[in-house]
Design a protein around this ligand. Sequence first.
Ligand SMILES: [Zn+2]
Length: 240
Amino acid sequence: MNLTPLKSDSFSKKARNIGKIKFLIIHYTGMQSMRASIKRLLSTKHKVSCHYLISRAGKIFQMVQDNKVAWHAGKSKWGQVENLNNNSIGIELVNKGHKFGYQKFSGRQINALIKLCIILKKKYKIKNQCILGHSDIAPLRKSDPGEKFPWFQLKKKSIGIWYSLNRKSFVSKKSSAKNLRKIFFKNLHKIGYRYFNKEKFSKTDKLIIKSFQRRFRQGKVDGKIDLECIKISAYLAKNH
Ligand SMILES: [Zn+2]
């Protein structure tokens, strides 16, 4: 694998045991240009970094060594794990993001990412359930890598998880909205999502639903629970 070193100084200096590496977290840079992104990732002022940065042309830069903790995830949770920086490798894809004109990820960029994921998965024995987007682990703050990120394409290379709906849904169409919410959030909790109360409605529910849709239901990111969301979440909760 062709890696170009581009050393960032924003990382925890104490080395970690590589046995601690359990997750791959995928991001987009969300800045106007690649130059601006690199500048930010190299500046010590912002205290942000990643292990790998992938350009739109498919070039992979290594910014922090795998055995060091990079600062890409921030406050985050997934399942029983909190603050995922300690246990993860962070990969940034150059993309302007939702704020500056969200782009389709380029084929070369995704191919490079797939190659990198295959290597890291094998090297650190990372499970498919532990390959996540930033918005999965910080749904109230983040929306990257977003609904244009091709999770399904990655799944075809055995990276990450996906679902199949060739089974009868157990949900009655008569279920009340309150009931649907309960079923959906129970499924989400089982999958690993956090930052919500399974029993009680909150204004931030919408952000959680959107985060789920950006990952698994990319055609419709509206923050509303419908039968499709229920079916997909039920499949994932049962099978992963
Ligand atoms: Zn991010």
